[in-house]
Design a protein around this ligand. Structure first.
Ligand code: SPV
Ligand code: MG
Length: 670
C-alpha cells in the first residue's frame, strides 16, 4: 500500500505559525510535528512507500523530513503554482507515482490517533466520518446513501456526516477517482477540491463511511485547533491499554500484537498466574514471576500486572483500561462468555475492545508441541506435583491405566457458563485398575516390571504428573529400588499403605483377612525409601488403613504423626464408608497439629463432598481412583452382549464411537 500526503496548501489561517515553514511542520508537542507524527504512524503499520505533494517552503520541508531519519521511501512532488491551484492539481502532478496499488490518502494537517489508522486500514475503500461530531459549517461533510459515500464537500448538509480527509482506497476505487482528477485538470479545472472529481464517479466506487465516533481525527486549521489537538493528543497518549498473556514462549506473533497494542497508549501487560494458565491450557514452563520479568523488558510495555482468573472482571475494575486488546479467536468457543463479560464491563464506561486477527501459523503450534515435550520429560514432570499443590492448595488426580485413559486425563477440559475451565491435574496409576486392565486381582500379583510398563505407556503420551499406587511397597529391600525406578520414570509420588502379607483391596475392608503393619515396620520402610531417593522433589506418601480395618481414629492419628516423623511427604487417609464423617474428623484432628503435610484422600465411597469443601478443611490431593475403569468395563460388557444377542454389530453401533472417529482419535504425530 502507498500513502499520499497533501502538503501543498498555504496554511494562511495559522498566522505567524506558518511564516517560516509549511503548516505540517507545526509542533503538536515538543519534538513532534504534524508531519513527523503522520510519517511515524505510517511507518509503524508498515507503510513506507510515501508520496508527498509540496507547495511553499519545499526545501525546508524536504530537509526536515530527511533529518527525521525514518526508514521510509518518500517521493516529493512540488506544485509550483500551489497559490493558484487547489490540491486537485498537486495530485494530478503526482499521478504517475500513485498508480498500481491500494492507497491511503490524508491531508497534511490531519491529526489522528492510531486506532483510527488501524481501523481504516482494516477496511476496503473508506473515508473517516464521525457520528458524534456536529455537522461543521465550513468543513467537509460526506453524503451517505445505501451505506456508501456518494458526495464529499463543504456544501452538503442533508443525509450527511462530518467527514475528515483520511481515505483508504482499493487500487480499483482509487484509479477511478484519479482518472476523474486527471480529466478535471486536463479540462483546466484546477481550482476546486479533488473531491469534486470524486463526486461525479461515486456510482462506480464503493467507499464506505468509517465512523471514528469521538476518537481523535481532525485538521489543524488555526492556532485554536492546534491547542485543542495538542491537548487531546496528550490524553490519547495517556490512554490505558490492557493486553493479557498466558504464553511462556514469546514468538514474532506475540511481538507484533504487543507493538500494535503499545501504539494505542500506555500498555499494561497482564500476565496470567500459573494457576489460571494451568486451568485451561497446560502447566506453564516458565513461572509467572519470570514471565512478568520477560514482559517488563519489552519495549513499549508500560506496566506489568498479574491476572489471576480467565475473567477480566477484576482487572477492568482495578485499572479501567480505555482499550482491551485481544485476538479475535475468542468470538466463538469457550472464551465467548469471557469476551461477553469484557464487552459489557467496558461499555459501562466507554472502554473499547480491540481485536486483532488471531494467527494460527503452524510454527506457533510447533512451539506448543515443544513445550509439551519439555513438560513430559521425567525431570520436569516429577516436581510438578509439589508445585501444583503449592500453587493450587488442592489438586485432582484421575485414574489412568493405559495410554488412552492417560490421554483422556491429559486432554479433557471442560468449561462452565462463565468460561472458567477445569481439567485434572494429574494421573493416579491405581493398583486396582492396573491389575483389572490385565485381568488380574488387586493382590500385588502384577509385578513391578509390568506396572512400570503401564507407567511407560502413559508417560509416552502425556505430560501431567503421576502418583503411583505402590500397594504395601513390598519388602523394604525391594521398596528402595522401586523408589529409584519411579524417580527415573518421572513419577511424582508413590503411596504405600501400612499393610503386610497378602494385600487385598481396601474396599473389601474386614470382609477379607488383611494385616496392618506395625508403626515401626511402616516407619522403617518410609525412612529407607527417603534415604534411597535421589531427587529432591519425589514424594513418599504414607497411606493409613486404620479406618478401613476398624482400628479407630486414635490409631489412625498416631500412625499419621509417626509416619510424618519417619519422613513421609504426605498422608493418605482412607475410608470405605459412604458418609465422609470419619475422614473429616481425621482431617480436622490432624490439621490441629500439622498444618502443612499434604493430605490425600480417595473419595470412592464417600463421593458426595465437592472438591471446594475438601479444600476448605485442608485436603491437598483428591484422587478419583477407579472411575474410568468402572466406565470402561460395563460399556465393553454391554457391547459384547448386544453383538451376541443380535448376531450382528448394527444395534451396538448406535452407542459406539464411529469407526471414522476412532481411526482419527490418535493423531499420527503428537
Ligand atoms: C487403588 O485404586 O488401587 C487403591 C485405592 O488403592 S482403593 O481401591 O480405594 O483401595
Ligand atoms: Mg491400590
Amino acid at each position: 500500500m502507498k500513502a499520499l500526503i497533501l502538503n501543498s496548501g498555504l496554511g494562511k489561517r495559522m498566522g505567524t505559525l506558518t511564516s517560516e515553514h509549511p503548516k505540517c511542520m507545526t509542533e503538536l508537542s515538543v519534538g513532534e510535528t504534524i508531519v513527523s507524527r503522520q510519517l511515524k504512524q505510517l511507518a509503524e503499520v508498515g507503510i513506507t512507500d510515501i508520496v508527498m505533494t509540496t507547495g511553499p517552503f519545499v526545501d525546508i520541508l524536504e530537509g526536515y523530513i530527511k533529518s527525521l531519519g525514518l526508514d521510509i521511501d518518500i517521493k516529493f512532488v512540488n506544485n509550483p503554482i500551489y497559490d493558484q491551484t487547489n490540491y486537485i492539481y498537486s495530485i494530478y502532478m503526482a499521478r504517475e507515482l500513485l498508480k498500481g496499488d491500494d492507497l491511503i490518502m490524508m491531508h497534511g494537517d490531519l491529526v489522528f490517533e492510531n486506532s483510527v489508522l488501524d481501523g481504516i486500514l482494516a477496511q476496503q475503500s473508506a473515508m473517516t466520518v464521525s457520528s458524534t461530531v456536529a455537522l461543521p459549517e465550513k468543513d467537509f461533510k460526506a453524503v451517505i446513501a445505501d451505506g456508501e459515500i456518494k458526495k464529499v464537500g463543504i456544501e452538503f448538509f442533508d443525509d450527511a456526516m462530518a467527514a475528515q480527509p483520511l481515505y483508504r482506497f482499493t487500487k480499483e476505487d482509487w484509479e477511478i477517482w484519479l482518472d476523474s482528477i486527471c480529466k478535471f485538470c486536463e479540462e483546466g479545472t484546477t481550482g476546486c477540491y479533488a473531491e469534486n472529481a470524486l463526486n461525479v464517479v461515486t456510482d462506480k466506487t464503493h467507499i464506505i463511511p468509517f465512523d471514528v465516533k469521538d476518537s481523535l481525527c481532525g485538521e489543524v486549521d488555526n492556532p485554536e485547533d492546534l491547542e485543542v489537538m495538542s491537548k487531546r493528543l496528550e490524553e490519547v497518549k495517556a490512554k490505558k491499554v490492557y493486553l493479557c498473556f498466558s504464553t511462556d514462549i514469546l514468538h514474532s506473533g506475540h511481538l507484533a500484537i504487543l507493538n500494535k497494542a503499545a501504539r494505542l497508549g500506555h500498555l499494561i501487560v497482564g500476565v496470567m498466574t500459573d494457576e489460571a494458565v494451568a486451568s485451561y491450557k497446560r502447566f506453564p514452563l516458565v513461572p509467572c514471576e519470570e514471565r512478568k520479568a520477560m514482559f517488563k523488558s519489552i519495549k513499549g510495555v508500560w506496566q506489568v500486572v498479574e491476572q489471576a482468573t480467565l475473567s477480566y472482571k477484576d482487572i477492568i475494575e482495578k485499572y479501567h483500561p480505555d482499550y482491551i486488546v485481544h485476538g479475535d479467536n475468542w468470538q466463538e468457543g469457550f472464551q465467548k462468555p469471557i469476551r461477553d463479560e469484557v464487552v459489557e464491563l467496558l461499555s459501562a464506561y466507554g472502554g473499547k475492545l480491540v481485536e486483532f486477527p488471531y494467527s494460527s501459523d503452524p510454527k506457533y503450534k510447533e512451539v506448543d508441541q515443544r513445550s509439551r515435550l519439555e513438560l513430559s520429560l521425567p525431570d520436569n514432570r516429577r516436581g510438578r506435583l509439589r508445585k501444583l499443590i503449592a500453587m493450587k492448595g488442592l489438586v485432582t488426580m484421575m485414574e489412568a491405566h493405559d495410554g488412552i485413559s492417560g490421554l483422556i486425563v491429559e486432554n479433557t477440559v471442560v468449561h462452565d457458563e462463565t468460561g472458567a475451565s477445569y481439567q485434572f491435574d494429574g494421573m493416579w496409576v491405581s493398583s486396582l485398575c492396573d491389575s483389572t486392565a490385565k485381568g488380574k486381582p488387586d493382590i500385588e500379583l502384577v509385578d513391578m516390571t509390568s506396572r512400570f510398563r503401564t507407567i511407560d505407556d502413559i508417560t509416552e503420551v502425556t505430560t501431567k504428573p503421576i502418583i503411583f499406587d505402590g500397594d504395601t511397597g513390598g519388602l523394604t529391600e525391594h521398596f528402595v529400588y522401586t523408589v529409584r525406578s519411579l524417580e527415573k520414570l518421572g513419577v511424582s509420588a508413590v503411596i504405600i499403605e501400612d499393610k503386610k502379607g497378602l494385600k487385598k483391596n481396601s474396599l473389601f475392608g474386614t470382609e477379607v483377612k488383611q494385616t496392618q503393619a506395625t508403626i515401626e515396620e511402616m516407619s522403617e520402610k518410609i525412612a529407607a525409601g527417603k534415604r534411597a531417593q535421589k531427587s529432591a522433589d519425589f514424594m513418599i506418601i504414607a497411606r493409613i488403613e486404620s479406618l478401613i480395618l476398624e482400628q479407630g481414629m486414635e490409631d489412625a492419628l498416631t500412625r499419621a504423626f509417626a509416619f510424618v516423623k519417619a519422613g513421609a511427604d504426605g498422608i493418605m487417609i482412607h475410608s470405605r464408608r459412604a458418609e465422609p464423617d470419619e475422614i473429616i474428623e481425621f482431617i480436622n484432628k490432624f490439621r490441629e497439629q500439622d498444618k502443612i503435610t499434604p493430605i490425600v484422600i480417595v473419595p470412592t465411597s464417600f463421593h458426595s463432598v465437592k472438591e471446594e469443601e475438601w479444600k476448605k478443611i485442608g485436603v491437598n490431593v483428591v484422587i478419583y481412583a477407579n472411575q474410568l475403569m468402572r466406565a470402561e468395563v460395563p460399556a465393553m460388557q454391554q457391547t459384547a452382549e448386544e453383538i451376541l444377542i443380535n448376531h450382528r454389530a448394527q444395534e451396538a453401533d448406535e452407542h459406539l464411537m464411529g469407526f471414522k472417529q476412532i481411526i482419527r482419535l490418535i493423531p499420527d504425530q503428537i
